[in-house]
Every structure is written in C-alpha cells, then in structure tokens.
Design a binder for this molecule. Structure first.
Ligand code: GLN
Length: 491
C-alpha cells in the first residue's frame, strides 16, 4: 500500500474526497510516523492525538453525509506553538507559558478547523520566535531530518522539520524576520511569508507586531498555496488586517507549474553580493537563475542600496516592539508564577517570574528594546531604525517599478551543526540577512528548494510587491517544475 505520509496535501485531499481512503486513516498514518521518528527529530511540543482523530472522524462523517468538502479536508496540519489553540497547550517555546491552555483559537486555527484540516499538534520553536535555529526553545532543540546533528532553522524549525520528516504534509509558521522561509530553506521544504496583513495575527502570540506574519509551510508550492488560501484574507479582529481577498495564489502556483515564465521580469539585488554567504549556496542560486532564464524569465540586476542596513534596523525595531509586547507576561494573567508565597510584593513576584520564565535571548531582546525606546536614546536608535525602514520600503518600490519580483538565496548558509552559532548572537542573526528586508517592507516572500550544497538543501527566495503574493507562487512553482522536490536520506 502507498505510504500516506509521503503524499502531497493535494493528493491526500483527493483520496479523502473520493473515499479511497478516510481522514482517520490519513491521520493515523501521520500519528504513527510521529511516534516512530519524533524522538529523533523533536518537531512537536505537543501531539493532540485525541483531538486529531476526532477532527478526522468529523470529516469522514461529513463526507458520508454527502457534504461537499473543502480542498484540504482531511489533511493533517502541524501548527507552530505561537498560535493559540483552544484547550490545547500553547507555550511559544517558553517556560513562562508552560501549562497554559488558551481559552480561544487563533483566527488561523479557526479557519484550519472550518476547512476540515486535522491539527496534529503544536510544533517546536525558538522561544517567542526569537532565533534562527530552534536551539532557543526552552524545551530543547529540534533536529534537522537531513542530518540530526544539525539545526532545522528557526524560529519555526519544528514546523519545517515535521514536513521534512514526513510527520505532517502541511504546517503553519510565523515570519517576523525569516522564521518561515529560513527553516524552509535549510530543510528542503517550501515556506511562504504572506503580505503583512494578508494573514490574521489574532491569536498569534506577539513578538514584533509590525512585522509578525503567519503563513503556510509545505513540501510543494501548490500545497503551500492551497494552505495560504485557506488561512488568508481579511479578519476584522486584527486591526492591521488588509480588507481585501487573498490574491489567487492557487491559480498562480498552477500557472507556474507549466514551467513557462515568458514575460516575467526578475531582479537580482546588486547589493546581495554573496559576501558572507557560502560558495555552495551561491552556486546553487546561480544555477537556479539560469534555470529561471531558460523558462523564459528576463533577469536583470537592480540596486537596493539600503538593504545593507536592514539587519541593524530590524535588530532595533523587533526588540523594541518585543520589550513592549512581552510586558504582559507578568505572572498574573497567564502561565508561570514564581515566589507567590503570600510574603512578597507584586513587583517581586513579577520579577521572579520573569527571571525564571524567560530565556537568555528573550531577556537580551527585552533589554535592547527597552534601551532603544528609552527617552534619551529613542531618536538615536528606534527613530533612526524607523527611517531606515522607510528607505528600504522605497528601495522595494523603486525595484518593483523595474521588475515583477526579486530573487535571492533564502539564507547565506546551509543547516549548521547544533551548537555552532549559539555562543555569538550576531552569528545567529546573520541567518536572516536575505529575508529581513521583506519583513521591513511588508511584502510577501517565499522560499523554494533550489539545490543541494554538500548534501544539504539550499533555498531560493522570491520577493514580490505587497498584495502580489500570487507572483511569487508562480515563479517558485516554475522553478519547482524543473528542480523537483527534495527528500532527505532515510531517518
Ligand atoms: N531570526 C530572526 C530573529 O531572531 C527572525 C525570527 C522570526 O522571524 N520570528 O528575530
């Protein structure tokens, strides 16, 4: 019998819809796979066996009753532990929320349920989505299925690893500076960051509210597009949600899959010289550029002179917003409370709780952000970073007057060994060199596997104008039609 865990979401949905297999069978196959490999991968923080089987049974009953099912009904999905799930533990990879069971579902989770997808559980992540390797999870690292001594990227390493290990055909991530795309790149999977405001932040535990963007992860571009379509679109409960429908990303992925990019103009950012990137990554990227040209795309060089300031600007803006957002974790309202013995003041309890509940990287960001926002330094740091953000947006706007989309490697390096970059925060921050500009601008970006370097996956990034998410799917699907999908050596 075919192994259901090796199939695409598109094919699984087809089998469930036709009755060739049941949602329960599909779900059991994935739960079995998780039981078989997750002690080596550690993609999941929580597996919701009962909830998943109940959701699958409900889909099978609806089908038996003759109901028309949605395009992803019966397909399992793994959800990054940054989204609230009603009654299901949500930790954000932090000790401070250990044991918290949210009283409500994030909008994205509601939409996943309404579409008949089956939530398998919650995936591991760097604490509060701060990191690039999943090593900053308070619950231990996730291992890359390609080589379990290596990192799966971050912060959404659990979601990406679950896909690469065939534990789930679909996953949800969140991208503030690269946390969907970078894990996608280093695990040989597809990760898409939608336009900021194109997917709801309601129920997404906030890190940096002007940047945080939930989005789809999958093993194929079409699967990612189908998931994007299910979770995206306006949400009145998110004040920055864009009141427009999702561009037709599914049609764009199908168009791209025909392998014809005639009439599409792609830009290579001149300032992304490859300095600081591994030669193997740049070689795989250049080969993909040739492939895209062979498919009919016109390739030109464009200048985005302010991209070099993106990383420093991001590492002021994101920590500033984080220092404000994380003030709510006070030991009173959610999760952990330390030292509440009746003799201590409220301030002492808050302080002890935050001291015990937050890890080192989260504390570093809170301190940097508090400093950058303090009255004497606000203009010099936060204010300056906001000006840089405007200049980066102008670079994008000017670039998109010349080209339809921009392309680059997704990450400067392939998956590195666990422990290799934890001693120096700056080395970790460099993982997002190519992904951060898009977050500051607010446009969409996708990472699609484009080749291997020393046996490890390399991703190509496509960046598009805001609300032109469909364009990036077309280009990514065209590349995938030539390069194919990537399977790690057996676990
Ligand atoms: N690696 C970046 C950071 O540490 C981005 C994280 C993210 O996108 N959530 O902030």
């Amino acid at each position: 019998m075919t192994d259901l865990t090796r199939m695409t979401a598109t094919d699984l949905a087809g089998l469930v819809a036709s009755g060739e297999t049941s949602a329960v069978e599909v779900t059991r196959a994935h739960l079995d796979r998780i039981a078989a490999v997750d002690d080596r991968v550690h993609a999941f923080l929580h597996v919701d066996t009962e909830g998943a089987l109940a959701a699958a049974r409900a889909v099978d009953e609806r089908r038996a009753a003759g109901e028309q099912l949605g395009p992803l009904a019966g397909v399992p999905v793994a959800v990054k532990d940054v989204l609230t799930t009603k009654g299901v533990p949500t930790t954000v990879g932090s000790k401070i929320l250990e044991g918290w069971r949210p009283p409500y579902d994030a909008t994205i989770v509601q939409r996943l349920r309404a579409a008949g997808t089956v939530m398998l559980g919650k995936t591991n992540m760097d604490e509060f989505a701060m990191g690039s390797s999943t090593e900053y999870s308070a619950y231990g690292p996730t291992h890359n299925p390609w080589d379990t001594d290596r990192i799966p990227g971050g912060s959404g390493g659990g979601s990406a690893a679950a896909l690469a290990a065939y534990e789930a055909p679909l996953a949800i991530g969140s991208d503030t500076g690269g946390s969907i795309r970078q894990p996608g790149a280093v695990t040989g999977t597809v990760g898409a960051k939608p336009t900021y405001g194109g997917t709801s932040r309601y129920g997404l535990v906030a890190f940096s509210s002007s940047l945080d963007t939930p989005g789809p992860c999958a093993r194929t571009v079409l699967d990612a597009a189908l998931l994007h379509q299910v979770i995206g679109g306006h949400d009145p409960r998110d004040s920055t949600s864009i009141p427009q429908p999702v561009p037709d990303v599914v049609a764009a992925a199908k168009l791209g899959a025909t392998g014809d990019l005639t009439g599409v103009k792609l830009g290579i950012v001149k300032e992304f010289t490859g300095e600081g990137a591994e030669p193997g990554v740049m070689a795989a990227f250049r080969e993909s550029v040739d492939t895209l040209a062979k498919l009919g795309a016109e390739i030109v060089e464009v200048s985005c002179p302010h991209f070099r300031y993106a990383l420093p600007a991001y590492y002021l803006i994101a920590p500033s917003e984080c220092s404000s957002n994380l003030a709510r974790f006070d030991g009173v309202r959610f999760g952990l409370r330390v030292g509440d013995d009746g003799n201590r003041s409220l301030e002492e309890v808050m302080s002890l709780t935050r001291e015990a509940g937050f890890g080192a990287e989260v504390k570093r960001r809170i301190m940097v952000g508090t400093y950058a926002l303090s009255s004497g330094y606000y203009d010099a740091y936060y204010g300056q970073a906001q000006k840089v953000r405007t200049l980066i947006t102008r670079d994008f706007t000017a670039a998109f007057e010349q080209v339809d989309a921009l392309i680059s490697p997704t990450t400067p390096f392939v998956a590195f060994p666990i422990g290799a970059r934890t001693a120096d925060p700056y080395q970790m921050y460099l993982a997002d060199l190519f992904t951060i500009p898009t977050n500051l601008y607010g446009g969409p970006g996708i990472s699609v596997p484009c080749g291997l370097s020393e046996g490890l996956p390399v991703g190509l990034q496509v960046m598009a104008p805001t609300m032109a998410d469909d364009r990036m799917y077309r280009v990514a699907a065209a590349l995938e039609s030539v390069v194919g999908t990537f399977t790690p050596p057996a676990l």
